[in-house]
Design a protein around this ligand. Structure first.
Ligand SMILES: [Zn+2]
Length: 250
């Protein structure tokens, strides 16, 4: 069953074309699943990518086809992560949006899984360190009951190296709850043998598929309109199965 097809596919493609990644994702997911509560930009990063991947899987069976250049020799390589395995990590359930307690060696803290709004805020940091501090400030906080652990002291403690341990524990807990938030794929170059790990960027792959399917649909409309004199709406109303059958009748 396709999540996005026909007129809805064409409209989402047209609407998303001129947009940046965040709003484009919102357009695609709203078109495929209906308006979300809370909006997709406020849902955990990995869960949002999982929704994009389900849209991809519904549009074409088979593996996630992606390409990358070998950093050592420049060979263009195709790699295909296992989509079913990736999507199975959530068991169909969205990670909790609420704050939860993480028990670390340095004491308990509360954390929540970052969303795309948090990432956008962090990207305003002047360097990686500042971006990381913004993200920690937004997504990690002291346990409310620990009155002695004031917010200002908490922030200075967390930014010190002594509490790197806590941050690692928090990062691991966040990863357990939203495993697709940061997906790395191990790749080996068939030409030079170089091995490396690359971060999987989901939206470009899904957008390329949506664009290809939209162009294909427009070509089909063009053929049928010329042959039968039908309007675009009439052709789209046929549904993909009947449309394909008419296209084969030549
Ligand atoms: Zn290579």
């Amino acid at each position: 069953m396709e999540l996005l097809a026909g007129a809805a596919l064409l409209q989402a493609w047209e609407e998303g074309a001129g947009l940046l990644d965040g709003p484009r994702t919102e357009v695609l997911l709203n078109a495929a699943y209906g308006p979300a509560k809370p909006p997709w930009c406020d849902q955990p990063l990995g869960w949002r990518d999982a929704a994009l991947l389900r849209l991809y899987r519904a549009g074409r069976s088979g593996a996630l086809e992606t390409i990358t250049d070998c950093p050592a020799c420049g060979t263009v390589l195709e790699f295909a992560p296992n989509l079913t395995k990736m999507l199975a990590v959530y068991c169909g359930e969205r990670p909790d949006l609420e704050w939860f307690t993480v028990n670390a060696l340095g004491g308990a803290v509360e954390a929540r899984n970052p969303n795309v709004t948090d990432l956008a805020a962090a990207s305003a940091g002047r360097d990686l360190e500042e971006a990381r501090a913004i993200l920690i400030d937004r997504c990690v906080r002291p346990v409310p009951s620990s009155a002695a652990f004031g917010r200002s002291r908490f922030k200075s403690e967390l930014s010190s190296e002594a509490d790197e341990e806590t941050i690692l524990t928090v990062a691991s807990a966040l990863d357990d709850r939203d495993p697709l938030a940061d997906v790395s794929v191990d790749i080996g170059c068939v030409e030079c043998g170089h091995r490396w790990s690359t971060r999987l960027e989901v939206l470009p792959v899904v957008w390329a598929q949506v664009s290809a399917r939209a162009r294909e649909l427009i070509r089909d409309i063009d053929v049928l309109a010329r042959r039968y004199g039908w309007s675009q709406d009439q052709i789209l109303a046929l549904g993909s199965h009947r449309r394909q059958t008419f296209l084969e009748l030549s």
